[in-house]
Design a protein around this ligand. Sequence first.
Ligand code: KG4
Ligand code: ZN
Length: 343
Amino acid sequence: MTLILGLESSCDDSAAALVTSDRQILAQVVVGQNKAHQPFGGVVPEIAARAHVEVLPGLVRQVLNDAGVEVAQVDAIAATAGPGLIGGVMVGLLTGKGLALAAGKPLVAVNHLEGHALSPRLVDPALGFPYLLLLASGGHCQLLEVCGVGDYRRLATTIDDAAGEAFDKAAKLLGLPYPGGPAIEVLAEEGDADAVPLPRPLFGSPEPHFSFAGLKSAVQRAVVAGTHRPADIAASFQQAVIDCLVDRTARALATSNAPALVVAGGVAANGAIRAALASLAERHGRSFAVPPSWLCTDNAAMIAWAGAERLAVGAVDGLESPARARWPLDPAAETVRGAGVKA
Ligand code: KG4
Ligand code: ZN
């Protein structure tokens, strides 16, 4: 059994956690920065990085205290090394390097996407490789075959916005606070999902790629028109996203023999999306797994867990490991035609 200290700081959440290789979460804490970013309607990288500097070391102290553990008892330090907002990534990675150096512990430089990708295995010991993963967050929307630790095959990605980004932009248009996903989910409950006709970009196209930019523009037109209730726009938008996620994932399932469908990333915290993908898996005769909502949005338990999985296969990193703004899980995946910076 190994004990891992995990650190996360790639976007607007500072987080620390202590997790064991036999799936005990001894302590974990996440401190968000929503208030600091809300006036700007999105994350301001410079503000985020400064906040991580102020908050992260205290969170390390806190999880060690909560668990009654000394750094000397930890087997490795796992810190997110990318992809993400580079200033924040540097803060967390350097904090991890300092701890590793001072305590004489190995460093695991974790890919944040691998943290999301392996997170379902932290809570589900029965989930083995391979599985088909829909990774839907604020920065990414991908379908991947997860074949093993460090072994990913990307089947699809977004050619423009990520799913969470679409939620955040639609929320901003509706005058809802950042982050938009939870706010839209709540408002959608009072709305009629059939009230506003909205497009389903790439629906039915042969390759399972995603696109959400046109949907956002259609929401903008509906808001400007002023003829629909905000709740109806929210519900219709959420349904359009669900239809796209289900259609694209169904397309990927048709080409994958993986016995399980897994959903992870912040967007997987959405109850309607979880339910729609659970029933998709059932229709295709696959088992279904989704982590609890707190483990879908950014946290350090998933980084510590990815650290444990990597440590178990001997994948430790040197103190010279770089911080990376971009870091694809499947470097061999081709850039998709039409894709912007998020391939
Ligand atoms: O994984 P995450 O916490 O951070 C990234 O790695 O990006 O994902 C954050 C994204 C945001 O875009 C947020 O609006 C979205 O996940 N999100 C949701 C919900 N909760 C968070 N989207 C839809 N419904 C939710 N309940
Ligand atoms: Zn994330």
